[in-house]
Design a protein around this ligand. Sequence first.
Ligand code: HEC
Length: 150
Amino acid sequence: LIIKFIHIFLFPIYLLAEVDIASSLVNKENDNSFITKYEYGKMLYENPRGISCKQCHGNNAQGKKIVKFVHKVKDKIYNCEVKTKDLRDVKLIPFLDKLNPEKKLKKVKFLKEEVCEKLIYGNTMPKYFLTNDELDSLYYYITNVGLHNE
Ligand code: HEC
């Protein structure tokens, strides 16, 4: 009688435990399929093995003010500001160029009064070493951020 009792009462628990184990195995095996391209891109945007893009481009890639500094040349004072533009409408080629660590900076001629621009140019964004797959997801995220319901 005792054996029968245990059996009846524990049976549903066995069943639950088994379902649980089975589903956790499935989850482990297919971990990547549970994350969409958008989510993967977002993860890279926030945590790209290096300084987060978010810190300089804002939570939603909409651009932001990064820092202000004062630059003095002789008796002239320049109030400079480093800021980023909206990234969400960036085209693929400029995006890839900017994230290609081998790409040489284009030479730009600055006007005499463009002191801040000259100082800032090419001196702000760090280099990243991302794979093509990562760049693909990152680009997808940046150009779709805000269009998704999160
Ligand atoms: C330390 C600050 C900083 C960080 C971190 C940073 N950026 Fe930038 N980024 C800039 C600045 C400054 C510019 C130049 C101003 C601009 O184009 O908005 C720029 C320009 C760009 C451009 C070119 C925009 C255009 O219209 O040509 C892209 C694309 C870009 N960043 C993507 C990224 C991505 C993706 C990450 C993360 C993997 C990142 N940035 C991290 C500061 C940063």
